[in-house]
Every structure is written in C-alpha cells, then in structure tokens.
Ligand binder design. Sequence first.
Ligand SMILES: Nc1ncnc2c1ncn2[C@@H]1O[C@H](COP(=O)(O)OP(=O)(O)O)[C@@H](O)[C@H]1O
Ligand SMILES: [Mg+2]
Length: 378
Amino acid sequence: MADIELIELSKIYDNGYQAVKPSNLRIKDKEFMVMVGPSGCGKTTSLRMIAGLESISAGEIRIGGRRVNDVQPKDRDIAMVFQSYALYPHLTVYENMAFALRLRKVPARQIHEQIVAAAEMLSLTSQLEKLPKALSGGQRQRVALGRAIVRKPQAFLFDEPLSNLDAKLRGEMRYELRRLQQELATTAVYVTHDQIEAMTLGDRITVMSVGEIQQVAPPRIVYDWPFNRFVASFIGTPPMNFLPGQLSDSGGAWTATVAGHKLPLTMANRDNLGRAKEGGIVLGIRPEHLHPAATAPAGSPSVPMRIDVVEHMGDHQYVYLRAEGLKDAMIMKAPGMIQLTVGESAPIHIDTSHAHVFQGAGEHAPNITLPQGFPQQQ
Ligand SMILES: Nc1ncnc2c1ncn2[C@@H]1O[C@H](COP(=O)(O)OP(=O)(O)O)[C@@H](O)[C@H]1O
Ligand SMILES: [Mg+2]
C-alpha cells in the first residue's frame, strides 16, 4: 500500500512567504494524481515536501500509513522525475539507469533484467549504449523515466516532466505515460501547469491557486462541476465565458438576467440554487454551450451578438462574439461547416442546462454541494 496523505501540510519559506497553506489531500494507492495550477501556486513546493527535498513547516506527510516528516529522501522509496532530465552526461543510457541500483548494491543480474524490461517498455532497447547527448529530448526524458521505473519505487513524483518537449512530442509522451501508468499500477503524483495534461493523465485532479487546494475530483467532474470560478476559468480551452448578471427566483423558477436578457436556468441541479441568494452572480457558459440558430437546443434562449472574429479549426470553429451591454468578448465553439459572416449580427443561443452560477466573495458555485470537510468559500 502506498497511499500518500497530506495532513494540514504547509510551507512557509525563510523569507516568511507562505507557499503552501494548510492542505489536506489523500492520494490513493495506485492512483495517478495530477496537481495543476498556474505558475507559483505551490505545486513544486508540495512535491518537494513529499519527496523530502524541502522541509515541512507544519502538518504531516504519510506514505503507506507511515509518517515520513523526518525520514530521509532516500529512505522514502519514491522516485522523482524532473523537467530537466538530470541525466549523467558521461554515462550511457544503460549506466544512467543502473546508477541508483548499483548504489543500493542490487545484484548485477537483477539490475540487467530490470533495465532490459524498462528499456523495452520505453522503446529504448536500441539506445542503451548511447550517451545522453546522442539522444533527442523525448528519448532523454524516457531515460529519466526508465531510471525511475527500474527502482520499482512505492510512488513516482513528476514535476512538469514534459515541459521541455515540443507540442507533438508532448502529446506522444502523454499517451506513453498513461500507458505506463496502467502497466505499472504505481501511485503517482504529477505536477503541471498544463490543464490539458491534467485532464488527460489524471485519475483525479487537484486544482491549486496561490498555495491553496481549490478542488479535488476526476477530470470529468472538475470540468462539468467546477466548485468555483477559479477552477472554471483554469480548466477548459478556450476558457469558459463569464457573464455578470442578476439571479432571481420566482417560486423555484430561477432566472439569470444578463445585459437585460432574461435567461431561464434549466440546469440539472437548479434545485440546489436554493443555497444561492437573489442578486449579483456571474454566469459561466462554456464555448460549446453557445450555439448558432442552426444547432441550438430546442427552447434555449438567445441573445443577439455581433460576430467579431472566426477561427477555423477544421471540424470546428471558434467564434468571438460581442453582445451589447457586455464588456468582454465571448467565445463560441461551433461546427466547422456552419457559415458565419464576420461583422454581422446573429441570435446566439445559450444552453442554460449547462450553465454555471458563481456567487459571493469566493465566487463558488452554490448549486454544487461541496464534500464534507471541504472549506466553504463564501
Ligand atoms: N526557496 C524559496 N524561498 C522563498 N520563496 C520561494 C522559494 N521557492 C519557491 N518560492 C515561492 O513559493 C511560491 C510557490 O513556488 P513553487 O512551489 O515553485 O510554485 P509552482 O511549482 O506551482 O510554480 C512561489 O511564489 C515562489 O516564488
Ligand atoms: Mg514548479
């Protein structure tokens, strides 16, 4: 069992800056947990505390039920993979992978078997005698992975391991990492600022902002039920549209009024809006839930908008829209074959069955019930 528990874990650096506010998180055995958030939100600090490379200011870390606050990094039985591959330049691929095992006096035959197996898994079999400088960036990152795999650790910790690769290679490595994770079935904590990596790799995602956990859930849930506006804006490309408006309730029939237009809210969990207050809200609509008339769901309300810019992506297009009374441009994702003329005005339908409502100081979603123990953010 190698579940990893963070209990009221926090980090204050020597200069007094609190990089991680008291955080609670339980990463399950064999789970691939992605910690995602903008640069500077405390991801690396959290990971380094788990690895034992950074001291803990308060709280506790448990790995496999054992408190490890005072356990040396080398005795925590975890392997870390960094953005910089950190390979030994003068050692061959084989020797790079063998290094940690030799230090631990693992028998040569066993080292050999583990390297052959890892190389096979990572398509490195024909590269074993090369020096790192003879490899491509993607291959070097695979060697770094191989070096972690051969140690058969209780858990893998990844710190933005794909950030140095170009977009195409990143896509390939994402696929390989996911495949490896299924094959190895080892607990992993994977840190990234890239929400696409988070969505594609994570069994669950922990979304962070300024040292604080915002939401912990499987990718689909984070996308469909973001707890607050921060999560809603961070996950999803292009990002969710935010429309300031007013919420009103007439006998359980909730209506959002946006720029003078009344939008009846028909979302599935509308009943929970009982926890909302009438008054100011921000309505969140993902680009795929805005529709031109041709593809609009029956009965969905519409608002006239001017078509500002169209970006053709092949099978779909991103359409930038302006509505009177709304400051920000909105983005609609529409099927590629629909003809839209820049400069013209068109009724744009809003699928309010997929709307999100954000309210209050913490801009949380009052129609979503937070799990027990989760800080309410009003
Ligand atoms: N050694 C340090 N001393 C003081 N502040 C630090 C130190 N290391 C990181 N920080 C600060 O802590 C915050 C979190 O850093 P980090 O965990 O590296 O963020 P992330 O990995 O999410 O980009 C940042 O504001 C960073 O500037
Ligand atoms: Mg970092």
